[in-house]
Design a protein around this ligand. Structure first.
Ligand code: IDP
Ligand code: MG
Length: 140
């Protein structure tokens, strides 16, 4: 397997409940290294741009409202097979369908307020990382 970087976002439902450390512990325990991290308040236009792929979905407006409802923590996770590994640690989009021990099973409030975002492919990881971080901010 190959060493990869993937983008993670700790979403507003989780930052509001002070869960950043507990979520980061899950990544680190699973062997992912947090090589970049910053807390920020997304603007509406930033959130709309980040989620452009979902612009025609019925939940798009609600999703954007939710993503700007409080701070997020954007981060780059690095490790063996990081894109897929992170999706496994996160669990299914709908917390009711997520496996025991996953972040979404333990922490998510709903299918929308589901605590974390994670890139779903290596190609999307590259573009999502560059949305938030400059190359020099990734410190392995
Ligand atoms: P993912 O985050 O597991 O990759 P996506 O299908 O890419 O799931 O959806 C992006 C985000 O949009 C989800 O994480 C969730 O916050 C929100 N979302 C997805 N499906 C629904 C839905 O049916 N209702 C409300 N929000 C949804
Ligand atoms: Mg997705």
């Amino acid at each position: 397997m190959a060493i990869e970087n993937t983008l993670s976002i700790i979403k507003p439902d989780a930052t509001k409940r002070n869960l950043t450390g507990l979520i980061n512990a899950k990544f680190e325990k699973a062997g992912l290294k947090i090589i970049a991290q910053k807390r920020l308040q997304l603007s509406r236009s930033m959130a709309e741009k980040f989620y452009q792929i979902h612009k025609d979905r019925p939940f798009f407006k609600d999703l954007v409202d939710f993503m700007i409802s409080g701070p997020v923590v954007a981060q780059v996770l690095r490790g063996d097979n990081a894109v897929f590994l992170n999706r496994t640690i996160m669990g299914a989009t709908n917390p009711e369908e997520a496996e025991n021990g996953t972040i979404r099973k333990e922490f998510a409030e709903s299918i929308e307020a589901n605590s974390v975002h994670g890139s779903d492919s290596l190609e999307n990881a590259r573009s999502e990382i560059s949305f938030f971080f400059a190359y020099i901010e990734l410190v392995n």
